[in-house]
Design a protein around this ligand. Structure first.
Ligand code: BJW
Ligand code: ZN
Length: 252
């Protein structure tokens, strides 16, 4: 049985797990912020890890709005690879732990950078998808949105807008595009006194700033990650290990 450690910034009890649980239980406005790491145990690789999408697709070459406008077929190469790994994937115990917290009234919402829809599949109801989602295609010219169809992934063509003929783009936020729903995130963050930060490298802005905002407001930050991030030294509690193990244990 592996041992998962918790690093506590200001220990006031021998058991970091108990101390963290007690602090989280006392929170009045708890939130979760998730990244690609939460879906790794569902079989979806993250972006910056050893098997991550960025090992195959240099972000500057494939994942910017500028690239999409200039060479949409290139961005679609990456979308196809992404679509392939997303197919048939199911939530894991970490997604289910968050859904359970919300059901029990112990979590207000999940703010996610993920586009995979696994939080909703696990039963989470209030999910704020700041980097979009992959279930729809959008037209950047006329604004039309339509559901993604299996044939959209058939290479090599780029699907075109039925109304204006422009190339369609998955409703996933590229670098250089505005992130979504910040009007909803703002007030949630403002009053948040406990933030669970799960499986994100915290390298992409503006989301990377959200934990710092909570800390600045006097809230607690609980980080769940397999490795150290730029956030680790700032977090009040840092749980090291696969979140499919650590999060259900924390929630229990
Ligand atoms: C586990 C685990 C397990 C693994 N258990 N843990 C210079 C300075 C500052 C900012 C900028 C700058 N230049 C440009 C910017 C802005 C830019 C930005 O932040 N760039 C940085 C790279 C510097 N941001 C933007 O452009 C954003 N928009 C914006 O700012 O709008 C304003 C604006 C408008 C006009 C012009 C300029 C600005 C948009 C960001 C969009 C991000 N989109 C992507 C998807 C792209 C395409 C696609 O998929 O099709 O979103 S990029 C990618 O990164 C994806 C993710 O949501 C995002 C975050 O990644 P995440 O989730 O953290 O994944 P990883 O892989 O990084 O980390 C996984 C973690 O999990 C790791 O820590 C592992 O250890 C851990 N882990 N297994 C627990 N089992
Ligand atoms: Zn159109």
């Amino acid at each position: 049985m592996p041992v998962y450690n918790v690093r506590v910034k200001k220990p006031h009890s021998a058991d970091g797990w108990q101390q963290a649980r007690a602090e989280f239980r006392a929170a009045r406005r708890p939130l979760a912020l998730t990244g690609a790491g939460i879906s790794v145990e569902s079989g979806i690789p993250d972006f910056r890890g050893d098997h991550g999408l960025w090992r195959r697709f240099e972000p500057e070459q494939y994942a910017t709005l500028e690239v999409f406008r200039r060479e949409p077929h290139k961005a679609w190469e990456m979308y196809r690879a992404l679509g392939e790994v997303l197919q048939g994937k199911q939530p894991n115990p970490a997604h289910r732990a968050l859904a359970r917290l919300e059901r029990e009234g112990r979590l207000q919402a999940v703010i996610t950078q993920n586009i995979d829809g696994l939080h909703q599949l696990a039963g989470s109801r209030r999910v704020v998808e700041v980097h979009g989602e992959y279930r729809h295609l959008q037209c950047l010219r006329c604004g039309r949105m339509r559901p993604l169809r299996e044939e959209d992934y058939a290479p090599p063509a780029v699907p075109a807008c039925h109304d204006c003929g422009a190339p369609l783009k998955p409703n996933v936020v590229l670098f250089g595009e505005w992130v979504r729903h910040m009007d909803e995130v703002g007030p949630l963050l403002e009053s948040c006194d406990a933030l669970l930060v799960i499986g994100t490298s915290a390298e992409v802005y503006p989301v990377a700033d959200l934990p710092r905002q909570v800390i600045g407001n006097g809230g607690r930050v609980f980080e769940f990650n397999v490795e150290e991030t730029t956030l680790t030294s700032l977090a009040d509690y840092s749980f090291r290990g696969p979140c499919g193990r650590t999060l259900p244990r924390f929630v229990a």
